[in-house]
Design a protein around this ligand. Sequence first.
Ligand code: LMR
Length: 398
Amino acid sequence: MFQSLKSLPADPILGLMASYRADNNPKKIDLGIGVYKNENGDTPIMTSVKKAEDLILHSQTSKSYVGPTGAADYNATVGELLLGKSLMDSLGKRRVTVQSPGGCGGLRLAAEFIKSANPNATVWVSDPTWANHVPLLASAGLKIESYPYYDYASHSVRFDEMIDCLAKLGRGDVVLLHGCCHNPCGADLSQPQWQRIRDLALECGFTVFIDLAYQGLGDGLEEDVYGVRLLAESLPELIVVSSCSKNFGLYRERTGATTVICDSEAVATVATTQIAAAARTMYSMPPDHGAAIVQLILSDADLRKEWDTELTEMRNRINGLRAQFVSKIQTMGISEDFSFIEREKGMFSFLGVNVDQVQSLVNDYSIYLVNSSRINVAGINNQNIEYLVSSLATVLKT
Ligand code: LMR
């Protein structure tokens, strides 16, 4: 039976990670997968996370099952990180948060939930969007369409075209937005643009679904959820998938959550049963370790303060690197305008070079980036910036 299987290409982002690891060039630079890196190019465990792990190791008394919806205290705590205390209180039992195996698991859970609510639903993703959004959501059997989002020429959001497209949608359409730090382009919606989308959702009746994988890595923990909170307080229904991979550095611990806001408590109670059943049939229940760390950090004043400081350092480093990269490009005589990189948010921006130029950077210079020219800004450091910019300068001339 197995002989009939066809080999599949590597995932565009994870395949790049494997190629980078296998490359022996001492000058290699990893601008591929979205993991935070410090000045030494390492992705260390955050000190607050290490301390929480240590406490858990010494205090945990059982490894018994948690349950398909995960730990109730974690769900309440990450719900509050997302929505804030007063909104949590006012939403009451209309809000359900379910622990998930990372952001991907949360997205898949949300996809199953959408499918059970409306098997004919269409999910509208931004053009472009994260490389795994379409495969992940489509594999749950959902129809996928895209709306205009990023203008490669002006490096800004094609907001008028986006609105023209969304204005034609209605019930049964689900619009997937990036909560902050758009992956892959780094161009985020402004506050007035979020307000316009809120108005349109109310007018047209489409459902909003937000992927929030980078809270705290754009402008700040509160600033980055402006859109999420605005929509949560105004819309009858909302889906938000949040991830602790980046802001807690818990990548391999698979720690995330799916939050659903329903128009009544009764519907939310039913929704919880649907999400729990989806979890049970796919993976039974989420892994506990990462969630226990997050729960402990967010509920302990000292650990929370320490985590906040570490996250702020990460954010400031990324924003500083954006400015440093643009300035290096200018001082090394590249005439093309890359100043947009300084305006964009989070880990990613497009370099805006073509596929041949990307391939040359990868194959001739061991500088790893996705074919779309997306770079992870956090992969830049003082040791590699000169080599990066001089290689870019050479490739731009080809
Ligand atoms: C990325 O976009 O590089 C990250 O979200 C990691 C991943 O799983 O693709």
